[in-house]
Structure formats: C-alpha cells, structure tokens
Ligand binder design. Structure first.
Ligand code: 5GP
Length: 172
C-alpha cells in the first residue's frame, strides 16, 4: 500500500485562506452559523473558521444518506443534530467532499425546512464524475478527479484522517 500526495498542505492552506476571505467579505456586517458535517469536515472546519473574520457560531452534525438516489431523493438520516435554532439566521454547511451529492442535498433539504435567513454550502472537495443529485456548492476549495482520496479529515476504513495533506490511496 502507498499514498501519493494529491493536494499539498501548502496548497490547502492557501485555498482555505482564500475561501475564508471570500466568506468574510460576502457576509460582512452579519453573523454566521457554520455547521460542519462530521466526521470528515473536522480539520477543514477548524482551519476555515480561523480564516473567517466575522462572528461565527460553530456547530456540528452527523448525517448519512440512504445511499440509493432512486428511492431516497435527498433524504438523510440525522444521527447527531445541531443544538441551535437556525430560523432567520445565516447558515453555512461545511462538507469534506461532495461525491454523489446525496448527503449534502439531504442536509440542505432538512435545513431549508427550518427557515434560515440564508443557506449556503462550502465543500473542501467536489468529484463531479459521480454526482447524482444536482447540488449548489457556493464555496469550493478543489474540484478533483474520480479517485478515492484520504487525509485532511478523510478516512480509509477509519484511518488516515490525521494526514496534513490530501492523498490518493493505492492498494498495491
Ligand atoms: P456523497 O456521496 O453523499 O456526496 O458523499 C458521502 C460521503 O462519502 C462523504 O462525506 C465522504 O465521507 C465519503 N466519500 C466520498 N468520496 C470519498 C473519497 O474519495 N474519500 C473518502 N475518504 N471519503 C469519500
């Protein structure tokens, strides 16, 4: 087994800083509830909120899609919910990766029903090749090829989340 570096620690830091600046500018004079979707978001979320220069409320949730786009149509099972009422507030959902798009579209459907003032999505990675559900990603760090990536929060069977870079896992 080997791991090839796909996106370096330096490139991630640069891009996260740019996203933080963009978000700070877009929400200037406002407050933001930033909701991380666990587990994969945790490193990205930690770095991103430190680059956002407006007041933020930090929340986490855990959700999994039913995994079948033909029957689930964007519904998720929420295993851990946020504590705050988001009605009338600006909400930014932070994901590690949008792959089929089922998780994020389900989370957005659920949150929209709670009547936020605004709802936007920020994702570290986007794999367009496997998209099944149309999703709007308002802030994206990197679009990637159809490869299984690990590190910087993302796991392979629970391991490698601590890697400071994004890598490609090779079985050989
Ligand atoms: P979805 O298919 O609903 O868009 O993504 C669901 C979840 O699958 C992501 O949040 C992520 O945890 C996992 N996932 C999708 N692609 C990859 C990948 O390339 N590497 C890893 N480690 N997880 C992935």
């Amino acid at each position: 087994m080997s791991i090839d570096t796909y996106i370096s620690q330096e490139d991630i830091a640069k891009r996260v800083k740019e996203l933080g600046q963009q978000i700070s500018k877009d929400y200037e004079g406002e407050e933001l509830v930033v909701v991380g979707v666990l587990n994969g978001c945790f490193l990205f979320m930690a770095d991103l909120i430190r680059e956002i220069k407006i007041p933020v409320y930090v929340e986490f949730m855990k959700a999994s899609s039913y995994g079948d786009s033909t029957t689930s149509s964007g519904k998720v099972d929420i295993q851990l919910d946020i504590k705050q009422d988001i009605a009338g507030r600006n909400v930014l959902v932070v994901e590690d990766i949008v792959d089929t798009g089922l998780t994020i579209s389900g989370v957005c459907n659920d949150f929209t029903a709670r009547n936020p003032k605004s709802l936007k999505v920020c994702s570290l990675l986007f794999k367009p090749a496997r998209l099944e559900n149309e999703v709007q990603i308002d802030y994206l760090a990197f679009e990637i090829e159809d490869k299984f990536v690990i590190g910087y929060g993302l796991d392979y069977a629970g391991k490698y989340r601590e890697l400071p870079y994004i890598g490609i896992y090779n079985e050989d």
